[in-house]
Each structure stands twice: as structure tokens, then as C-alpha cells.
Design a binder for this molecule. Structure first.
Ligand SMILES: [Zn+2]
Length: 204
């Protein structure tokens, strides 16, 4: 609907990187008779399928056994947006980031002996979050009171004692652990049960 009154054209706005509009703004060069953006991803040795051969599909035929690209072709280039140099970069980055975040969370959970999100009690979730913001916590606990010029000597001392307490506690703790008496049962303990046991030892 090109004449829709509600749509305000903003010609000054740059198209987002990786979009077709952005690709068309890039300098173009010739690859086997096809004019493509200079950021294209057609690797050396690739060939292009004839225009009339399955025109809805990307024309790029890769040199290895992967063969012809199966992605849908853009009408503008006859090759897919990925081979034209667009899209993928951002998506791949985002997916990788999401994957890394998930992996990080998994490692933390294992570290704390906490099962998947739906299991675990509020304290365990709080510990996960504390780990997530570990640097901020440490900063608030240790550096902030020392750097706060508005605090008096006594207040600062109290803060230091608290920080020491939290980081190098003097108190003794007693820990109660339920370990199966029968060695056979220990062998039967699941990985998670072991992790939780270990977490209780290290966290107290
Ligand atoms: Zn392609």
C-alpha cells in the first residue's frame, strides 16, 4: 500500500545492515555475469544455475558436494539473501549469543547443583542470580563503601567488617549431610544428587 496516509517516509533513515535494501546500497561487482553486492558470499569455484532452472531457488551451485543452494532466491538477485551477503551474519551472531548464554546458565546450575528452572527453591534461584551479577555484588559489598566519600570512619569500618564477614567468614558452621549408608546406594545416586551434595558442602 504505497499511498497509505499513515506511513511516513523517512528517507534519511539508513536501512538495517544485512537487509535487501542495505545490500542494494553496497557497491556491486560482477560474479559470472551477475551483478552482486561486494559483500556477497559466493565462494570461488561456485557456478550459477541457468536463470530458467528452478527460478524460485538460489542460483548458486557450490563447488563442493553441497551442490546447489536450497534457500529461496531474492527476486532482485536470483540468489538467496545469504549468498548476496545479507541476513545471516546478524542471525548467526544472535543465535550464537543465545546459545552461549544458555550454556553459561547450564554451567552455573551444575556448579550450584541446581536442576532445571522449574525445580529448585527460591534460595537456589537467588544464588543463580547472585552468580549472574557476581561482579556487581562484589562491587557493592567491598568497593562501594570504601569509595563512598559520604561515609564516616565508623560507618566505613562497619562496612569493612561486613565485607570481611561475607568474604572471609570466621564463624564455624556445622553441616549435616545425608549420605546413604550402603555403598551400593551411593553408586545408585544420580549425578544431580551428587552435585547437590557437593554444592551443600561447598556453599556452607
Ligand atoms: Zn544461496
Amino acid at each position: 500500500m504505497p499511498d497509505h496516509p499513515d506511513i511516513v517516509q523517512e528517507p534519511s533513515e539508513e536501512p538495517r545492515e544485512g537487509t535487501l535494501a542495505w545490500l542494494q546500497q553496497q557497491p556491486h561487482l560482477d560474479v559470472q555475469g551477475l551483478s552482486v553486492p561486494n559483500v556477497h558470499r559466493i565462494v570461488d569455484g561456485s557456478t550459477l544455475a541457468p536463470l530458467d532452472d528452478n527460478p524460485g531457488t538460489c542460483r548458486v551451485i557450490r563447488p563442493n558436494e553441497a551442490g546447489r543452494c536450497r534457500a529461496p532466491a531474492t527476486r532482485r538477485y536470483g540468489i538467496c539473501i545469504g549468498h548476496a551477503g545479507g541476513g545471516m551474519r546478524d542471525y548467526a551472531g544472535a543465535a550464537q549469543k543465545a546459545h552461549a548464554a544458555k550454556a553459561r546458565l547450564r554451567v552455573r546450575r551444575q556448579l550450584l547443583g541446581i536442576g532445571p528452572a522449574r525445580v529448585g527453591n527460591p534460595r537456589q534461584h537467588a544464588r543463580l542470580q547472585a552468580l549472574e551479577r557476581a561482579e556487581a555484588l562484589a562491587e557493592a559489598l567491598v568497593s562501594a563503601p570504601l569509595d563512598d566519600a559520604s561515609l564516616g570512619t565508623i560507618e566505613r569500618q562497619i562496612a569493612v567488617v561486613r565485607a570481611l564477614d561475607a568474604t572471609f567468614p570466621l564463624q564455624q558452621t556445622s553441616v549435616e549431610l545425608e549420605v546413604p549408608a550402603d555403598p551400593g546406594e551411593v553408586a545408585g545416586m544420580g549425578w544431580q544428587a551428587m552435585q547437590q551434595l557437593a554444592a551443600r558442602l561447598t556453599s556452607t
